[in-house]
Design a protein around this ligand. Sequence first.
Ligand SMILES: CC(C)(COP(=O)(O)OP(=O)(O)OC[C@H]1O[C@@H](n2cnc3c(N)ncnc32)[C@H](O)[C@@H]1OP(=O)(O)O)[C@@H](O)C(=O)NCCC(=O)NCCS
Length: 324
Amino acid sequence: MRVRRARPEDAAAIAPLIGVPGDLTTREVLVGKLLSEDRPGAHLWVAEDERGVVGFSRLSHVPALAPEDPRRVPEGWYLLGVHVTEAHRGRGLGTALTQARLDFARDHAEAGHVYLFRDRDNAASAALGAKFGHRLVQRDIVPMNGEEPERPLDLWSVPLPSWRLRDATRHDAPAIGQLIAGRSSRDPVAWAEKTRQALLRQDPPLHIFVAEAEGEVVGYTRVAWMRGHAPEDPRCVPEGWYLLGVNVREDYRRQGIGAALTRRRIAWLRERGATGWLRYFRDFDNHGSQALHAGFGFQVEAEDVWSPGLENPEKRLVLERVRL
Ligand SMILES: CC(C)(COP(=O)(O)OP(=O)(O)OC[C@H]1O[C@@H](n2cnc3c(N)ncnc32)[C@H](O)[C@@H]1OP(=O)(O)O)[C@@H](O)C(=O)NCCC(=O)NCCS
């Protein structure tokens, strides 16, 4: 099961899941509008298994509707609706559908928080909000349509981190070089040049992301296709997709940046239809990296591998993999 951005062709599958009045055709037209480019402030995600769509979620920007009315929802970004079919509940899809919306809002919304409103008695929604650190803003809110709700609605907000992720550009190369060098006694200028070259080359396929906070690069990472350099050597890592070089500045660690960079790389691969095994390798005793990747389902494939380009070919590396 996976979560991805919804596409216009998902409208018919999403329509039965959305909680708005009207027959299926009306709902499909509504979803189609949300997915089309004439509604730039609306973003939808779907969860799907091998048989099709089993859940959806939505993030929308709500404009100022009635600023003079203190009970009317204020302007801002809203988590509007997350739904998973009954048969697929209890497997973390609601969390993944919400995480995808928060990741997007953090990187694009330029807001310190996102809002949501919900029935006071919706225990499942309350538990999901608690997972993401929600805070109560106002009780008895009136939703966008301005109509008094049948059941009491409360307004909540979920804080967004102060950092964001974005694609790296060649201007980031010096900062990335510093980050890599800061971890060991490597030469920052040489690593900046290596990064610049990698960004220009793109062959084999490669993508670099950075985390930025207060205008500074505080994390970086790569995802790349690695060629089989020495297939005859059983210790050489095999050809395929790899997560490489995730690195977060020390004063920004344990704030979720490493995990966000990893989610982003996996999403990038899936958006491109990549399938098969996804791998990474680490030093034998890098328990932080192991814990980070275990959260994404990585498991040990081999315990004593070697990769071309490593400074110390004698180093003992552990290779781990997960299905894309
Ligand atoms: C590994 C690294 C990228 C993690 O970055 P981070 O931003 O601190 O990671 P996150 O905050 O997203 O952590 C996500 C989860 O990974 C695990 N984790 C991360 N760092 C950990 C550590 N030092 N010890 C144990 N678990 C750790 C935890 O389960 C954590 O969740 P939690 O904070 O809720 O417990 C960072 O420590 C780093 O840059 N290290 C040096 C470079 C490196 O070793 N890279 C890996 C090469 S294979």
